[in-house]
Design a protein around this ligand. Structure first.
Ligand code: PHE
Length: 339
């Protein structure tokens, strides 16, 4: 029995030295010290020993038990330390490693132009007003003095959602919304997306952006319109830019004018950009039609106003020398990086 005890001890010690995780250790503990463990098995047989042998073997058995318990506790300590150091090693951060470079984005050319426009007009005391892209026929046409069956509707290539609901074809409906909910004096610009059922090519897109301007107050004149647009052209295209007005027709303004800016490519002498004209058309404008003011509850005998609307794509293309509108929507990083 003595030899058996020695053998158990040696065997257990050897196994403990090789244990590599806590679960294995628990299993070992059960195998030797558990209720059905090897050491316990020996102790159970002690009853069969003679009274002289019993205390000797008993003491030895206890020594073996203490030795095992002690060694199990130490092994547990060792395993916990090993596990911790493995975890620390795997979680170590090498602070000397170079960081991952995050490319910094740039403003889209349309955003650049829009921000400049906002700057210019906010500086002149304008506020920004916005409206929905899905719009009532009433706001997009009717209230703008374009009744049903008016020929001007044909030129707008409208996407109809239902008989009375359209994708707005211009930002002018925001004029209506604003005048119906605000009293003069009014000084707003309305940037936004507009829709026309045009085929995509270098100068057309079914979705594009406009900025509308509207001023309504007492004694607003065409001279105010011209002065405002001159300031705008200089701000966007440079101090040397000039504008000219050509008579035109819009149902919601009277009189109406199309506005050209002196060509940014040749300053007026004629080049490829302006097709030899020296001027490039950039916007539509005019004095707000009395019918429109009246429809919005503003007395045209007391108040007058001017309005203008411009396409942002066209202005961005002019300003940055972009010759194909599609580039503005494809969002190729290599293109966008240049601005
Ligand atoms: N809404 C017109 C268009 O889209 C532009 C415009 C706005 C003209 C305001 C005059 C006054 O073509």
């Amino acid at each position: 029995m003595k030899r058996q005890l020695e053998a158990i001890k040696n065997q257990a010690m050897e196994k403990l030295a090789r244990v590599s995780d806590i679960r294995e250790l628990e299993d070992l503990k059960v195998a030797y010290l558990g209720k059905k463990g090897e050491l316990t098995g020996i102790l159970k047989k002690m009853g069969a020993l003679s009274p002289e042998e019993r205390p000797v073997i008993g003491q030895l058995a206890n020594e073996v038990r203490f030795a095992l318990e002690e060694s199990i506790a130490q092994t547990k300590d060792r395993l916990i330390k090993e596990e911790r150091s493995i975890r620390l090693k795997s979680e170590t951060i090498d602070v000397t490693m170079p960081g991952r470079i995050k490319p910094i984005g740039k403003k889209h050319p349309l955003t650049i132009v829009l921000d400049e426009l906002k700057d210019i007009f906010l500086g002149m005391g304008y506020e920004i007003a916005e409206g929905p892209e899905i719009e009532l026929d009433y706001n997009n046409f009717e209230a703008l003095n374009i009744p049903k069956n008016h020929p001007a509707r044909d030129t707008q290539d409208t996407f109809y959602i239902s008989e009375n609901v359209v994708l707005r074809t211009h930002t002018s409906p925001v004029q209506i919304r604003h005048m119906q909910s605000h009293k003069p004096p009014i000084r707003i610009i309305c940037p936004g997306r507009v829709y026309r059922s045009d085929a995509v090519d270098a100068t057309h897109s079914p979705v594009f952006h406009q900025v509308e301007g509207l001023v309504v107050d007492k004694n607003v004149t065409m001279g105010d319109l011209v002065g405002t647009l001159q300031a705008f052209a200089k701000g966007i295209f440079g101090e040397n830019s000039r504008i000219r007005l050509r008579p035109h027709h819009f149902p919601f303004t009277e009189p109406s004018a199309e506005v050209d800016v002196s060509c940014w490519g040749c300053d007026g002498s004629g080049c490829r950009i302006c097709k030899g004209e020296g001027w490039v058309e950039i916007l539509g404008s005019g004095m707000v039609h009395p019918n429109v003011l009246r429809e919005c509850g503003i007395d045209p005998d007391v108040y007058s106003g001017f309005a203008f609307g411009m396409g942002i794509e066209r202005i961005a293309m002019g300003k940055f020398g972009i010759d194909d509108m599609r580039l503005l929507f494809e969002n190729d990083i290599r293109f966008l990086r240049q601005f």
